[in-house]
Design a protein. Structure first.
Length: 269
């Protein structure tokens, strides 16, 4: 497959640690995925934003198809090269008027993946706006150190899995909003400092983040799992994942949710 990003785009990604917006799905395709997720919620009585935080592509078959979408992978290939594994994926939902927010953090602090050839493709299933709490990033921060993180103040509405925040003062005047129409996506580096404010709008915000790694990347601690989505894996650092044949297969759900090295898969965005 041809790489999607131009030489200028790739230079911007190297300098800034992100690129946004990029084409991915059509608005109609994004809407169809959202409708299927909402149908899953209605039929199961479960909240998709909670259930699909942990390797969602193994839990719902239509999300498994999404991680192989060539429009997404062509952009990722521009960053990681022709051999690509999907290490994780998570659905992020902010309900209308919810005061919850995502504190400033770096995914690299939590995930234990080395080296840092790791990129997140954040696909908007509904528009991501300033009003509904779009992701914010600090351009160029991926080129700095991996900072320690500290507990958020007691009572904080921080949505992060570990309820932590980066342990340095962040100059929010440098922050950039990653604004997306339904179907568009952003790419961001694993070490990029990012977070997001509350949803102050009257509508949901919904996005699906897919975490891709190059095969030479290793997981610190216990061996993790991944799905080969393009090219070849000559390293075999990750356990191969099962292929879901039906939604919420009990054996696959047990495989996904079994603790593996205490990794907070989803982080938050």
């Amino acid at each position: 497959m041809a790489e999607l990003l131009s030489a200028v785009d790739k230079l911007r990604y190297c300098d800034d640690g992100y690129i946004c917006p990029l084409p991915a799905l059509t608005a109609g395709e994004a809407g169809a995925l959202r409708e299927r997720l909402e149908a899953f919620e209605a039929e199961s009585g479960l909240t998709a934003g909670h259930v699909v935080r942990n390797k969602g592509h193994l839990k719902l078959t239509f999300l498994y198809e999404l991680i192989f979408d060539d429009r997404v992978l062509d952009a990722v290939e521009s960053v990681l090269g022709p051999n690509i594994l999907c290490w994780g994926s998570s659905l992020f939902v902010k309900e209308a008027g919810d005061p919850s927010f995502v504190a400033w953090h770096q995914d690299s602090y939590y995930w234990g993946l080395e080296p840092d050839d790791v990129v997140s493709a954040w696909v908007a299933l509904l528009p991501s706006t300033r009003e509904n709490g779009a992701m914010q990033v600090i351009p160029g921060s991926h080129n700095g150190p991996r900072f320690e993180h500290r507990p958020s103040p007691e009572g904080s509405a921080n949505m992060l899995f570990t309820h932590e925040e980066v342990a340095v003062e962040v100059d929010e005047t440098r922050a950039t909003d990653l604004l997306l129409d339904a179907g568009q996506m952003s790419l961001h580096h694993v070490n990029l400092m990012h977070g997001s404010p509350p949803n102050r709008s009257a509508e949901r915000r919904m996005g699906y983040a897919i975490r891709y790694v190059a095969p030479h990347v290793r997981q610190r601690g216990d061996q993790n799992s991944a799905t080969l989505v393009r090219g070849v894996d000559d390293y075999h650092h990750f356990e191969p994942e099962p292929v879901p044949k039906r939604d919420m297969d009990p054996e696959i759900v047990a495989f996904v949710d079994a603790p593996l090295g205490g990794v907070p898969w989803a982080s938050a965005s």
